[in-house]
Design a protein around this ligand. Sequence first.
Ligand SMILES: O=C(O)CCC(=O)C(=O)O
Length: 282
Amino acid sequence: MDLTEAELVQYRQDGYIVVRDLLGPQNVEACKQALSDLATGKIAARETTLMFETGHENPPAESRELFIRKYMDFTEDAPALKAAANSARLHAILDQLLGRGRLLFQEMALVKPPRIGSEKPWHQDAAYFRLTDPALIVGVWIALDPALPMNGCMELVPGTHLEGGVPHVHENDFNRCRIIPGKVRVSQRVPISMQPGDALIFHSLLHHFTAPNKSDLRRRAIQFHYHQLGAIWGDVETHRTQFHNEDGTYAGCTVPHGEAANTNYNYREGLPRRITPTDTRD
Ligand SMILES: O=C(O)CCC(=O)C(=O)O
C-alpha cells in the first residue's frame, strides 16, 4: 500500500500522483447510486446543494440527473460518499505525502453531463481557499466513470505548483474563476485518463482544467479537499500576498465577481469535518 520512492518524488516534482483502484467497484457503484438518489430525492438533500448547467436550471424531474453540473456538501447525507472521503487507503497515502492528521474541508461531485457538460477553466485550487500555506492543502479527484480527453478528464501542467500563486479573474458565474491569459503553458498540458475508482491526488497550486464534455459519455467524479491540522486560515490581505495582479490588487477567487476585496465572504472555513478511516476496497 505504501507509495514508492518514485511516487513521492513525482508528487514533489510534478505536483500530482495517480492512485489506481482507490475505490473498489462496489464502492464506485455505491457512490454513483448516492448521486442518483440525491438527484431524484430518494436520499434527502438536507445539507447537499445541487447546481445545474447554465441554461438547464429547471430540468424535468425524471431526467434531472443529466443536467446537474455539481453537488456540494453531501457527506452527511450520503454514507457511501462519506466513506469515499474517509478512505483508509487514501489517508494512509496522504500521511506519507504530507504527514499525519488532516480535516476534510470541501466536498464536491463534478458530473459533466453528456453533450452539455461545461468546461472548468484553468485555475489553481489554492486561489479559492484563504489558507496561509497552500502546501498543506491537497485535492483528491476520484473518477466514477472512465475519464478521457473526449469527455473532459483532468488536464494539468506538471510542476506548476512550484511557481507560486498566479493572478485569477472571476466571471459572473462564481464557479468560473480562471488564471489570467498568458499565465498558463497550455502547450505543456497533460491529460490524465482514469478508470472508475482511480484517484488523482494533487497539490493546491497545480494549474489544471477540464474541457467541455461534447461526447455521449457520462463523466462523474467526486472531489475532496483536505488540509493538514496545522494549516491556518487567513484573511483577504494574507491571500493577496499569494494571489495578486502586477499592481498589487487582489487576484484570488474568494471574492465574488463585482464585490470589494475586503468582503467578509470566506470559503467553507467554518465546516471542516473529521476523518474516520473507512475501508473502501470492497
Ligand atoms: O471535474 C471538473 O470538471 C473540475 C474539477 C476542478 O478542477 C475543480 O472543481 O476545482
